[in-house]
Ligand binder design. Structure first.
Ligand code: SF4
Length: 81
């Protein structure tokens, strides 16, 4: 995915509450997008413009609890298949 494509893409964000172990790694990596509430990560918004920090957070979640899908197409961005 090119930088230009990334900037024009919008992603849906969700966190699997059952899978999240509350490491806080996503909050540290992308504080604009995640917060910890009672030991579980929550997305601060349901969708956002594609963002490298958001992708890093999703790809580095140790339990793959963060799911990013491309708005419109539903294509899975993370976790990697
Ligand atoms: S990185 Fe994954 S396991 Fe850790 S708080 Fe975020 S969603 Fe939960």
């Amino acid at each position: 995915m090119t930088t230009e494509t990334l900037e024009r893409t919008r992603w849906q964000i969700s966190v699997d509450q059952a899978a999240c172990t509350g490491t806080g790694m996503c909050v540290h990596a992308a504080p604009a997008f995640f917060q910890l509430v009672e030991g579980k990560a929550q997305a601060l918004c349901a969708s956002a413009d594609a963002d490298g920090r958001l992708l890093d957070a999703a790809l580095n979640c140790p339990v793959e609890a963060i799911r990013l899908t491309e708005a419109g197409t539903g294509r899975v961005i993370a976790p990697e298949l």
